[in-house]
Unconditional design. Structure first.
Length: 133
């Protein structure tokens, strides 16, 4: 737990995804004792094709609590909880294992900055890096 906010996102840091291997479990858990007010994901990459795919879904900066209509396509690929399922929640699990089928098509390093703001205005950002090689 973060000593200032009490927020916690369990992740393994850099996740290496070999293109030829079987899918592996990739699960994250957000623990926010005061409840989630805002949850955003900022995506950057060194792969221009992946950057373009993310841009088409208007997901370079993705607001999971208030996603736009254009963002909705992203939830077909990455089954993140969003909207009312996140607002006020004190704990949420994210199983992004199914996203591997799409992301293995984009070799490179993809960085996902997950930022949570709780109902008291306390903020925490955690970086998750996926390396497809």
């Amino acid at each position: 737990n973060d000593p200032v906010t009490g927020q916690q996102i369990n992740s393994t840091g850099v996740i290496d995804i070999p293109i030829t291997s079987s899918p592996m479990a990739i699960k994250l858990k957000a623990i926010v004792p005061a409840g989630i007010q805002k949850f955003t994901v900022d995506i950057s990459t060194d792969n221009s094709a992946f950057a373009n795919a993310v841009a088409v879904a208007d997901a370079t900066h993705l607001d999971l609590v208030n996603p736009s209509e254009t963002n909705m396509v992203i939830f077909d690929v990455v089954p993140f909880p969003y909207g009312d399922d996140l607002l006020g929640a004190t704990e949420r699990s994210f199983d992004i294992s199914n996203a591997q089928a799409a992301i293995v098509n984009y070799q490179g390093t993809h960085v996902f900055n997950l930022t949570i703001v709780d109902v008291n205005g306390k903020k925490k950002t955690t970086e998750v890096t996926m390396r497809v090689n």
